[in-house]
Design a protein around this ligand. Structure first.
Ligand SMILES: Nc1nc2c(c(=O)[nH]1)N[C@H]1C(S)=C(S)[C@@H](COP(=O)(O)O)O[C@H]1N2
Ligand SMILES: [Mo]
Length: 257
């Protein structure tokens, strides 16, 4: 039996005040203004979260609210730490929703990166064209929610360069990724445009081995590991919230660091 609390457990005012507490005064003022401006206050005060049987719904509201708070706090110019070569972990840990022997073997010759949604030039990309783009390298830390982290070095195309090149609508809020193993995830546009967000073709100076996401993954040192899709087959720029494999099971969508 579900017991209904008499008093609301959480009030919208407390939630917003709590979220604003750790911020510097200027950020805090801007945040509170934005929270009101977005209609968040009205939205949440309308239903003092816990009066209904639908705790699920309330949790979802909170979770989407947290995403907004996190997105607001994300600094698009702040760089994640980079490390010396000596700190690179070898072999790099493997992780997926299956064991390493099940990682998909994508055929290099037949591979075409599909582009969809709010993009001017949706011509699919073959691998040689991706390899021909200017490449950058980063040595950063990958952090998995399952409780491990490791420093690695990844090389690929700066994602903001790629998005500009294909004529992506940079005002669209979401970018969704589909993968050869059925995995999916999606990210916010400010993170997509972050200078360290990389369309990765190599790890440790060699073409991405099968288990690390051949032929291509997205590397973001500003987000948790599960937000970094391997074996990408399609990229879509969209106005509609796309969710993702773990996100649909309740992992926090923003999951920024
Ligand atoms: N296509 C695909 N991408 C994925 C996953 C997956 O199962 N499939 N797992 C994610 C998780 S939880 C982690 S921690 C990293 C692991 O990447 P690695 O094998 O290169 O360490 O990939 C992420 N991207
Ligand atoms: Mo992970």
């Amino acid at each position: 039996m579900i017991r209904r609390p008499r008093k609301p457990l959480v009030s919208a005012r407390d939630v917003i005040r709590d979220a604003a507490k750790p911020m510097e005064p200027a950020t805090r003022r801007a945040f509170l203004k934005q929270a009101a401006g977005l209609g968040t206050l009205t939205l949440l005060t309308g239903c003092d979260v816990v009066d209904s049987a639908s705790a699920e719904n309330a949790l979802m509201t909170m979770s989407r609210f947290n995403d907004r708070v996190q997105a607001f706090l994300f600094n698009p110019h702040k760089l994640a730490p980079e490390y010396p070569r000596a700190m690179i972990v070898k072999p790099f840990p493997f992780n997926a929703f299956y064991s390493a022997d099940k990682a998909p073997a994508v055929d290099a010759a037949g591979y075409r990166l599909e582009l969809a949604g709010k993009i001017t030039d949706r011509t699919p990309w073959a691998l040689d064209r991706l390899y021909a783009e200017p490449q950058v390298t980063q040595i950063t830390r990958h952090i998995c929610v399952e409780g491990w982290s490791a420093i690695g070095t990844w090389t690929g195309i700066r994602f903001s360069d790629f998005l500009t090149k294909i004529g992506a609508d940079l005002n669209a809020p979401y970018i969704a990724f589909r993968c050869a193993d059925g995995y999916s995830t999606s990210i916010d546009m400010p993170t997509a445009l972050h200078p360290q967000t990389q369309l990765t073709l190599m790890i440790d100076g060699e073409v991405l081995p099968r288990i690390y996401g051949f032929p291509m993954k997205l590397r973001m040192p500003t987000k948790l590991g599960f937000k970094n899709p391997k074996h990408i087959t399609a990229i879509e720029v969209t106005d509609t919230y796309p969710g993702g494999y773990w996100e649909d099971m309740g992992y926090n969508w923003f999951s920024g660091l």
